[in-house]
Ligand binder design. Structure first.
Ligand code: C5P
Length: 411
């Protein structure tokens, strides 16, 4: 394992049942040629003893920030500088929360904050804890802070639950550690993303809209930004925080979204239409609040079609690589394929929104990616997972398509 050989690794162990696997991790790191020093949180010692890790690494295991004897040997700041790689396994939900918020309330969090080493963690927790929006928000923050997350895996858990949350097996973790860390592989790219719903005013107090939360578009914006791209996010009304290093432009209606998009798209390499744009708007927006009348039990609104933003941008030349989304409740592939060609897109990300817990408003999603390869269509199925990790998988595929298009354009 050439990239691990000789590496100075700080193995951080926190208080999860998976801590018993950390002994094997320490052993495999040593076997791969690493210099290994172990830090355990107080809780971790309830699951595995420092003596076990000491025996495996041949080094004293550090457990406390306020240990005069240990500090006299190698002070914690010195230890933070010593490390080339900090690997936290298992990383509990609590530790992830503390790291996401920059805490330095024990030795491990202090070292992580004080170190400029490559940081990797292997999360492990109950599946509901992993899926909780608070944990997912921490995952997004940790990504933006430069942490690389390996796992968690799905399957049966120690508590009897089944789902995502198991710590990845030591052999697989070591193999992934030996791979190059996440690279800023989108550094030169300019990306425009539309996200969220649009509001189409009926009168000064009412509007037509839909249930889009904007989470998928925001997760994509965060993923591209993490990977170094210049991201412009054109957002309908949502309640989400702007991801770091993303330029956000707020709009309300489809017409406003199109106006903002036209300018941004002309300067972009890739355009991702993730917004759930309202298909229709009121023909006339009433100047004053529409009133109930006793004269009629019904009210008729005349709606006119909104511009199709993706189709309009796709019809231009030159134009960015065009990626659209399709939320479907049946015949997902057929409808998505139809939209891909009808709107002149290069790739479509299709979601089956009839599945409970996935799609609109949810934190998880699954997707079928369809893209054009000459006259053929290729596809990839992405299984249900948090929108944050799904975003990275989509970015991977878009980058491949972008590189492929660039190479064939030069042929
Ligand atoms: O036709 P449908 O609304 O299902 O198409 C979805 C795709 O088209 C999404 O990428 C969405 O952002 C885009 N769209 C758009 N402008 C519209 C309607 C949809 O850009 N008016």
């Amino acid at each position: 394992m050439p990239t691990l050989f000789g590496k100075r690794v700080l193995l951080g162990i926190s208080a999860g049942i998976a801590a018993y696997k950390s002994a094997q991790l320490a052993r495999l790191l040593k076997k791969a040629g690493c210099e290994v020093r172990v830090i355990m949180t107080e809780g971790a010692q309830a699951f595995i003893t420092p003596l076990t890790l000491q025996a495996l690494t041949g080094e004293q295991v550090r457990t406390s920030l306020l240990d005069p004897e240990a500090e006299a040997g190698m002070g914690h700041i010195e230890l933070a500088r010593w490390a080339e790689l900090i690997f936290v396994a298992p990383a509990t939900a609590d530790l992830m929360a503390r790291l996401a918020h920059g805490h330095a309330d024990d030795l491990l969090t202090t070292l992580c904050l004080a170190s400029e080493a490559e940081c990797v963690m292997a999360p492990a927790m109950n599946q509901a804890m992993w899926r909780h929006p608070a944990t997912q928000a921490n995952v997004a923050t940790l990504h933006t802070l430069g942490w690389r997350l390996l796992g968690p895996d799905g399957g049966e858990q120690a508590c009897g639950d089944v789902g995502l949350g198991r710590m990845r097996e030591p052999e697989a973790l070591i193999a992934e550690l030996a791979e190059a860390p996440a690279v800023r592989d989108a550094e030169a790219l300019r990306i425009t993303i539309t996200a969220g719903p649009t509001h189409e005013a009926l009168d000064p107090v009412r509007y037509l809209s839909n249930h889009s939360s904007g989470k998928m578009g925001y997760a994509l914006a965060a993923a591209w930004a993490r990977r170094g791209a210049r991201v412009r996010l054109i957002s309908g009304p949502v309640t989400l925080a702007t991801p770091p290093n993303v330029e956000r432009i707020d709009v309300t209606s489809a017409s406003e979204m199109l106006a903002a998009t036209e300018h941004a798209a002309a300067e972009s390499d890739i355009f991702i239409g993730c917004a759930a744009v309202a298909d229709y708007r009121a023909e006339h927006v009433a100047e004053h609040k529409l009133k109930k009348t006793d004269a009629s039990e019904t009210m008729t609104l005349t709606l006119v079609k909104n511009p199709d933003i993706v189709a309009e941008i796709a019809a231009r030349s030159p134009r960015p690589l065009m990626i659209g989304f399709a939320a479907e409740t049946r015949d997902v592939e057929r409808y998505a394929h139809d939209k891909l060609t009808r709107k002149g897109m290069d790739m479509i990300v299709a979601n089956d929104v009839s599945q409970a817990g996935l799609g609109f408003g949810a934190d998880d999603n699954a997707a079928l990616l369809l893209w054009r390869d000459g006259d053929d269509t290729d596809s990839q199925t992405l299984p249900p997972q948090p929108k944050t990790t799904l975003a990275d998988a989509i970015v991977d595929r878009v980058l491949m398509l972008y590189a492929h298009r660039a190479s064939t354009a030069h042929d």
